[in-house]
Design a protein around this ligand. Structure first.
Ligand SMILES: O=C[C@H](O)[C@H](O)[C@H](O)COP(=O)(O)O
Length: 234
């Protein structure tokens, strides 16, 4: 079974278990969430569910519009019942690395406004320690003018290696949905206290957000190679 099928089974399971009528639903970002929105749209049509969808990125907003789902925003729906989102890695404590696709800031805002954050992923994201499987590091969204001092400060605090993320079909750096740059921090110490790292990196002036989600995720669904789904709760 393909990786895509593993993403799909996880996404379908999460939508089937968590989405009900009259709910405010946070729509995550990335390739796995595409299947969740597809399943949500099917259910809305078949079961006439009333669901308001709050996007976590430009991509998520486009998915909501494409499927003719009801689009909302935090101004009108500041409390979200459930958000379903992907992850780049999930450790045994349910700490997440997110932002591989550059969407961490709005994702974290939406997660912080959600009664439940549910992760959907294929089996390759299921780790014991952060860095066991995801080798691209922890994304840090930064104000462009400050990327060099932020890079130096993070390296001085925790070591490792940091790269300014480069765009693929554009010369120069990736610019996020919020007009910022992304630093990818390849940490070497896998035994760091991630809650402390999350707080101290965020305190560096110019850091907008870090793609570490600590104590935010209540449940994860991992699609398996043979088509089953493994569930893990916080
Ligand atoms: O910036 C991207 C988001 O954090 C995604 O949710 C994460 O990268 C996982 O994406 P995918 O489902 O494509 O593996």
């Amino acid at each position: 079974m393909s990786l895509e099928k593993a993403k799909q089974v996880a996404a379908f399971r999460a939508v089937d278990e968590f989405v009900k009528s009259d709910c405010v639903f946070g729509v995550g970002s990335g390739s796995t969430v595409v299947y969740a929105v597809q399943r949500l749209a099917e259910r809305v049509e078949l079961e006439h569910l009333k669901v308001v969808c709050i996007p976590t990125s430009f991509q998520a907003k486009q998915l909501i519009l494409k499927h003719n789902l009801k689009l909302g925003e935090l101004d009108t729906n500041p409390i979200i019942d459930v958000t379903i989102d992907g992850a780049d890695e999930v450790d045994s404590n349910m700490t997440l690395i997110k932002g591989g696709g550059g969407c961490l800031l709005q994702e974290k805002i939406i997660a912080s406004c959600s009664k439940a954050l549910i992760v959907i992923a294929d089996y390759t994201k299921d780790s014991v320690k952060l860095g066991d499987r995801y080798k691209k590091g922890i994304p840090i969204e930064v104000i462009p003018m400050a990327y060099v001092p932020i890079k130096n400060k993070v390296l001085a605090m925790y070591g490792g290696e940091i790269k300014l993320r480069s765009a693929i079909a554009k010369a120069g750096p990736v610019v996020t949905d919020n007009g910022n740059f992304i630093l990818d921090w390849m940490f070497t110490n896998q035994d760091l206290d991630w809650e402390q790292v999350n707080t101290s990196v965020k305190m560096i002036p110019g850091v907008v957000e870090i793609g570490l989600f600590v104590k935010m995720c209540s449940k994860a669904y991992f699609g398996q190679p043979e088509g089953t789904v493994v569930e893990r709760s916080a």
